[in-house]
Design a protein around this ligand. Structure first.
Ligand code: MFK
Length: 614
């Protein structure tokens, strides 16, 4: 008789055989499945952060560090116990607009979840704006402490950090205007915006965006201001994208009408202050809330289209100086934006790190799979870099505002603000996407609270200036400072490289050498571009590559500086080395400025589209 040997299609491992035996012996049909996955745990975001406490220790004067660390540690605890749950509630119960009451009266009633108001109260109580304006503090401490605290707060804040950013920007703009004596309203506004008393504190809006102008504010602003007298005006227009409209006041731009005419372009814009509600009646000040925006993310945030119809407002800038006046606000909100991007990376990495110790797949905890470790390590490096870059900006801002910054530091701050915003907004989206993937399908499930991190991160590359608008701002800084800001950048990076290369740690020396190579190439590429007869026209097409490359180089330098410190850990050296030696820091090259590519690119984009439409 012929015998046949059956070859199994796959061989069962010893572990699978055992589990089949177990099933055969103890089998009971579990209705829901007996396995429950342990969820990732949110740890105190201050004490569990691998570098924030150490970075602060280095940046803050000794006299400040202990009290700041205690405050942040306590706040971190409050975030875990109280704030994070409120933030999730705000996401789950988004704002609604009730325009009419049951009888047909126009009411424009904005309904926000109590969690939102509670979070705003906590923000005031914790001094999230006030700390930045505490003149009794040292130059660095006020802004570093404030932004470190916002870094802890943002991922749990239910996006209350958006009105906080605008509130900070408004406080800064008002203080720069220095008109408190002339305008009691501005004095009151400043006191309330920087108050720690939730009952007294205000938040501000920042109404710049109109239907025809998001980035191009000067070209698109169609709001008109009819003078009542030299200061008081009646504003009419349509504000297309107005964030956090539960604010108490706002700063906005409008064109003054004189003899029935208004100046076009940004030179025709002035800055106006207004309260959203009449002080006596509590009714809206000539404002109609037309529609809440239906956005990809930031759903917690009441963002609206507003019709201004005879709004009482005060002109607070010189005529035609609206854009440069509100730019003070932009430069502050851009740092807040970086805090949002950087802290969102940290949050997803922190949860993924914890989850890697709880989740078992293919017989091992995730932490025991080298492939998973490699993925997480890359994210951790990004989290560290974006934090250090944000703190650098906060440090310079504090020095500038306290009058202690040198001319070189002032120029550097102006230059790195758009670079920081651009860099962090750009890297956070893919990083958070990768971080979410670390949770497998669970990262895609709303109940976990994880997908919201992704949704809310996407906007950080858009609002407060898209990547391209910020790239153009970098060129604006080159021009307005006659490249002094670029020289300041060169000096700061060179200083770090020189120090790192003179140290004993081989990895740090290697990282410094690698950084120097990229940095030298960046400088020579820019200098060559400057010699081009078509400069500066051709510089524009390379602006994004300049911004991205400068952001990468600056981040690398800060990681190297951190690793070169006397109290650095071996991990700091590994991180700096991974970032500077193994990663491609430059996207800029001669091709970035090559105008012959314009037509090629047009052809690539519009093939089979129809030339007549161009
Ligand atoms: C959790 C984080 C939350 C973050 C908060 C989110 C709240 C959301 C609210 C919003 O999204 S508000 C909308 C944000 N909109 C923007 O960010 C607008 C983006 N567009 C730009 O930034 C354009 O570059 C800009 C409108 C400034 C261009 O305006 P112009 O008038 O075409 O520019 P121009 O002529 O170069 O500059 C006019 C003046 O402003 C010049 O000064 P001078 O008149 O003295 O020469 C510039 O130097 C000055 N300027 C422009 N940008 C500046 C600046 N000065 C200092 N810093 C800047 N960034």
């Amino acid at each position: 008789m012929k015998t046949t040997t059956c070859v199994p299609l796959f061989r069962l491992s010893a572990r699978s055989v055992n589990s089949i035996r177990m099933l055969n012996k103890d089998y009971q049909h579990p209705k829901l499945g007996p396995f429950v996955q342990a969820a990732p745990v949110l740890e105190n975001p201050f004490t569990s952060d691998p570098i924030l406490p150490r970075a602060l220790k280095r940046l803050l004067p000794n006299s400040e560090y202990n009290s700041v660390a205690t405050d942040l540690s306590n706040f971190g605890q409050r975030i875990v116990k109280e704030v994070d749950a409120l933030g999730l509630l705000a996401e789950r119960d988004p704002p609604r607009l009730e325009q009419f009451d049951a009888w047909g009266n126009r009411v424009d009633n904005l309904i926000v979840t109590p969690a939102w108001d509670k979070l705003k109260g906590i923000a005031a109580e914790e001094g999230l704006i006030a700390i930045g304006y505490d003149k009794s503090r040292s130059a660095e401490a006020r802004r570093i402490h404030q932004f470190a605290k916002l870094y802890l707060f943002h991922p749990s804040s239910g996006l209350v950090t958006c009105p906080l950013a605008m509130t900070d920007g408004a406080a800064k703009t008002i203080s720069e205007l220095n008109l408190g004596d002339k305008f009691p309203d501005l004095k009151e506004a400043y006191n309330r915006l920087t108050s720690r008393d939730p009952k007294h504190a205000w938040t501000s809006g920042q109404w710049m965006t109109e239907k025809a102008g998001g980035s191009d504010v000067g070209g698109g602003c169609d709001t008109y201001a009819v003078p009542v007298d030299e200061v008081n005006h009646k504003l009419s227009g349509y504000k297309w994208f107005s964030s956090a409209i539960d604010a108490d006041m706002t700063l906005t731009l409008a064109r003054t009408v004189q003899d029935g005419k208004a100046v076009s372009g940004s030179r025709g814009l002035s800055l106006f202050f207004l309260r959203l509600r009449d002080q006596a009646t509590g009714k809206l000040n000539g404002i109609q809330m037309l529609k809440l925006k239906n956005k990809l993310g930031t759903k917690q945030l009441p963002t609206a289209e507003l019709l201004l119809d005879g709004v009482n407002a005060l002109k607070v800038s010189a005529e035609g100086r609206g854009v440069p006046s509100i730019a003070n606000m932009l430069n502050i909100t851009r740092v807040h934006n970086a805090v949002a991007s950087a802290s969102s990376i940290r949050r997803v990495v922190s949860l993924a790190r914890d989850w890697s110790t709880r989740r078992v797949a293919f017989g091992n905890k995730l932490v025991d799979w080298p492939l998973h470790l490699a993925t997480l390590a890359n994210l951790e490096i990004l989290a560290r870099g974006t934090l250090l870059f944000t703190l650098e900006s906060a440090r310079l801002l504090g020095r500038f505002e306290s009058g202690e910054a040198s001319a070189e530091e002032i120029a550097l701050l102006r230059l790195i603000t758009p670079i920081l915003k651009l860099h962090t907004g750009k890297v956070c989206v893919p990083a958070i996407s990768e971080g979410i993937e670390c949770f497998g399908g669970q990262g895609y499930i709303e109940d976990t609270g994880i997908p919201g991190i992704m949704r809310d991160a996407q906007v950080t590359a858009i609002w407060e200036g898209t990547t391209n608008v910020l790239s153009l701002d970098i060129l604006r800084v080159f021009k307005t400072t006659k490249f002094a800001a670029f020289e300041a950048f060169v000096n700061r990076i060179s200083g770090i490289v020189t120090k790192a290369k003179s140290g004993q740690n081989e990895k740090v020396v290697q990282a410094g050498t690698s950084l120097e190579k990229a940095f030298t190439q960046l400088v020579s590429t820019l200098k060559a571009a400057q010699k081009d007869p078509q400069f500066p026209a051709n510089l524009q097409r390379g602006a994004r590559d300049i911004g991205i490359s400068m952001g990468n180089v600056y981040t690398g330098a800060l990681l190297v500086e951190f690793a070169a410190h006397a109290e650095a850990t071996p991990v700091d050296a590994d991180v700096a080395s991974r970032y500077c030696v193994e990663q491609q820091l430059l996207t800029v090259s001669a091709a970035s400025f090559d105008a012959t590519r314009n037509d090629v690119e047009k052809n690539i984009i519009f093939e089979n589209y129809g030339k007549s439409k161009l």
